[in-house]
Design a protein around this ligand. Structure first.
Ligand code: NAI
Length: 329
């Protein structure tokens, strides 16, 4: 039996993500939590003829979230406010940090064994917050905490395909590593598989487009939010990979932002990057993050320069999350 919970299920990401999860035959129970509108979203989705049983919960003075989370195997968190034009992901910190902290406290209490997939921005800081809260509660399992950076991977696949003329972007695997904001996002095109030949005059703009692709959407939506549909696709892709790996499928790898010291292979990456949290391709297995794959050592000189910038920014983002989680309530 697989129970998946979406926290923030009535939002721009939450609704299409819940739709994709409901359509998946891998899921038996889909539990939707939000501070608004979940009864309607759940009832609507429940009419879809797929196996998952759908339930919706509102806060109910703190009881609703516990009911929603009880028995969860996977919790996906797209709760929080999105960006408007001119905002960075860091501008969301003040509101989203508190939302993520509260949700993680409930998970620690009710579903400490669950895989936790954090979408809420700024991911670079909200994942360290989650780790600190789980540590304090004595239930932190680094193999089960993931910052979802899949949208950066999806964008890299799509933008590269348009440059090299590949019709199906899914055929090329591109490690996108680092964090999930601006210059902390580092696509390693030198390690694309199969290899890709990017004309040198197009490389800088391609890197920039992957790093700041989210801004294209924020600008085009003109005040109505940030990426929701592509993010729902990416979040579902990552959640589905976790579920398949837990069910025993082998050889599943996807980049994700994890706590390096807690994942096999992570120490060497921590040494190279100087940070505790970083996104690298993660081999997934029945217990979650089986192995962090060190792609940094193979980065070319251009990519190494990009990485240096990412390390510096990430250090500040991570510390900000840790400080927030540890400040007295
Ligand atoms: P939205 O505003 O449309 O939806 C957010 C939902 O969260 C709302 O329904 C709201 O009621 C709910 N919510 C607020 N507080 C809550 C709480 N305490 N518990 C449960 N639900 C709560 O926003 P959208 O566009 O869905 O974005 C959500 C988050 O995802 C934002 O922080 C955004 O920056 C982030 N994001 C992350 C991406 C990534 O690649 N990791 C990509 C795009 C967005």
């Amino acid at each position: 039996m697989v129970k998946v919970v979406v926290a923030g299920a009535a939002g721009g990401i939450g609704q299409p993500l819940s739709l994709l999860l409901k359509a998946s035959p891998l899921i038996d129970e889909l539990s939707l939590y939000d501070v608004v509108n979940t009864p309607g979203v759940a009832t609507d989705l429940s009419h879809i003829s797929s196996p998952a049983e759908v339930t919706g919960y509102l806060p109910e003075n703190g009881e609703g979230v516990k009911k929603a989370l009880k028995g969860a195997n996977v919790v996906v968190i797209p709760a929080g406010i999105p960006r408007k034009p001119g905002m960075t992901r860091d501008d969301l910190f003040n509101i989203n940090a508190g939302i993520v902290k509260g949700l993680i406290q409930s998970i620690a209490e009710v579903a400490p064994e669950a895989y936790i997939l954090v979408i809420s921005n700024p991911v670079n800081s909200t994942v360290p917050i989650a780790a600190e809260v789980l540590k304090k509660a004595g239930v932190f399992n680094p193999k089960k905490l993931f910052g979802v950076t899949t949208l950066d991977v999806v964008r890299a696949e799509t933008f590269v395909a348009s440059i090299v003329g590949e019709k199906d972007p899914r055929k090329t695997t591109i490690p996108v590593i680092g964090g999930h904001s601006g210059e902390t996002i580092v696509p390693l095109f030198s390690q694309a598989s199969p290899s890709v030949d990017i004309p040198s005059d197009k490389l800088d703009s391609l890197v920039n487009r992957v790093q700041f692709g989210g801004d294209e959407v924020v600008k085009a939506k003109d005040g109505a939010g940030s990426a929701t549909l592509s993010m729902a696709y990416a979040g579902f892709r990552f959640a589905e990979k976790i579920i398949k790996a837990v069910k025993g499928e082998k050889g599943i790898v996807e980049p994700s932002y994890v706590y390096l010291p807690g994942v096999a292979g992570g120490d060497a990456i921590k040494e190279a990057t100087g940070v505790d949290f970083f996104s690298v391709p993660i081999e997934l297995g029945p217990d979650g993050a089986e192995k962090a794959i060190n792609v940094i050592s193979k980065a070319n000189d251009h990519e190494k320069k990009l990485l240096e910038v990412a390390y510096k920014d990430l250090k500040g983002n991570i510390q900000k999350g840790i400080d927030f989680a540890n400040k007295p309530a």
